[in-house]
Design a binder for this molecule. Structure first.
Ligand SMILES: NC(=O)c1ccc[n+]([C@@H]2O[C@H](COP(=O)([O-])OP(=O)(O)OC[C@H]3O[C@@H](n4cnc5c(N)ncnc54)[C@H](OP(=O)(O)O)[C@@H]3O)[C@@H](O)[C@H]2O)c1
Length: 298
């Protein structure tokens, strides 16, 4: 690992990039910054950051270069003119994107002689620099080890999830999928109990411990999916299918839309129609996963 005084460059000073640069400055790193709109560097410069005149100058200033801009098109638009300065650098791209974009950018960096790490920030700017904050990294394990202490200063609960540069984005999308579907169910639940004038805060006094119980079953479900063991002595699709249909119909009767639950109802209907009524809920994965590997194709 490097010492805490590693010179670091931060390119992109939006809300997240500014937070990253601020943490690095507070940690005592020599921090060089650049942003397309130069005025966003002003406050950081007054706190001790070094302003680069161009992206090329910023890349050249440090062995470790972080970039955090809106999207991958902006990454390339920014770094293409600076590509010759990237040779020999470790590029850590903290811009949100897809696994394919991360792999393509890693290949592009490798052609330039740069080492690439992709990062998925699982936090908001205000959480950067804290011990419980997570950034998921993938790509060069050697470069990650070299700069681990600097990267952990940015987010103390960070982890390297694999050598394939696409994995950080893949994990990110998996985690966010769980988050968004959970939020969808939460919204439906509040709309439903709201029909009886039960406020959300009151409902969540029961809702939160219930969710914790339900979430605790997921590692067991994951094991069933990993081993394709779908027999159950707990709760069969035959019971869950009418339960979901009942919730949707009862919700509609109260004037609440059934949109959030409709995809789950469709999966249950289809899997039961395929003859799997006695399976447990993990059996639905066969309808969700990549068709080439599915036991029963769509
Ligand atoms: N904010 C969050 O809570 C959060 C959480 C997790 C991940 N992220 C990810 O972090 C990244 C940055 O987010 P942010 O919140 O910092 O966004 P932001 O405040 O909107 O800042 C966007 C940054 O991208 C730069 N940019 C956009 N297009 C560019 C281009 N064509 N060329 C050069 N620079 C360009 C902007 O430069 P200008 O100042 O010149 O416009 C600015 O520095 C995104 O990928 C986001 O998904 C953000």
């Amino acid at each position: 690992m490097t010492t805490q005084t590693t010179p670091v460059t931060v390119i992109g000073l939006g809300l997240m990039g500014q937070a990253l640069a601020r943490v690095l400055l507070n940690e005592g790193h020599t921090t060089t910054i650049w942003n397309r709109s130069a005025h966003k560097a002003d406050a950081l410069v007054s706190q001790g950051a070094r302003r680069a005149a161009t992206a090329t100058e910023a890349v050249a200033a440090s062995p470790l270069v972080l970039i955090c801009v809106s999207d991958y098109a902006a990454v390339r638009e920014t770094l293409d003119p600076a590509r010759h300065a990237l040779t020999g650098k470790v590029l850590v791209n903290l811009t949100s994107g897809s696994p394919a974009q991360a792999r393509e950018t890693a290949a592009w960096a490798a052609r330039l002689g740069a080492t690439y790490i992709d990062g998925a920030i699982m936090a908001v700017p205000q959480m950067m620099g804290q011990p419980g904050t997570r950034v998921l990294y993938s790509g060069s394990p050697e470069a990650y080890r070299t700069y681990e202490s600097t990267l952990l200063a940015l987010a103390g609960a960070s982890a390297h999830v694999g050598d394939d540069p696409g994995l950080a984005a893949l994990y990110d999308m998996g985690l966010l999928t769980m988050m968004y579907t959970l939020y969808g169910g939460f919204l439906h639940a509040l709309a439903l109990v709201g029909t009886a004038k039960i406020d959300g805060v009151t409902f969540m006094k029961l809702g939160l411990p219930w969710l914790a119980d339900v979430a605790s079953w997921l590692p067991g479900f994951a094991h069933d999916i990993d081993t394709r063991t779908y027999a159950t002595d707990v709760s069969a699709l035959a019971i869950n299918q009418p339960a979901v249909t009942l919730i949707i119909e009862a919700s509609k009767a109260e004037g609440v839309r059934g949109d959030v639950l409709a995809p789950m109802q469709a999966l249950l209907d289809r899997r039961v129609a395929q003859g799997h009524a006695a399976d447990g809920l993990p059996s639905l994965i066969e309808l969700v996963k990549k068709p080439e590997t599915a036991a029963i194709s769509a």
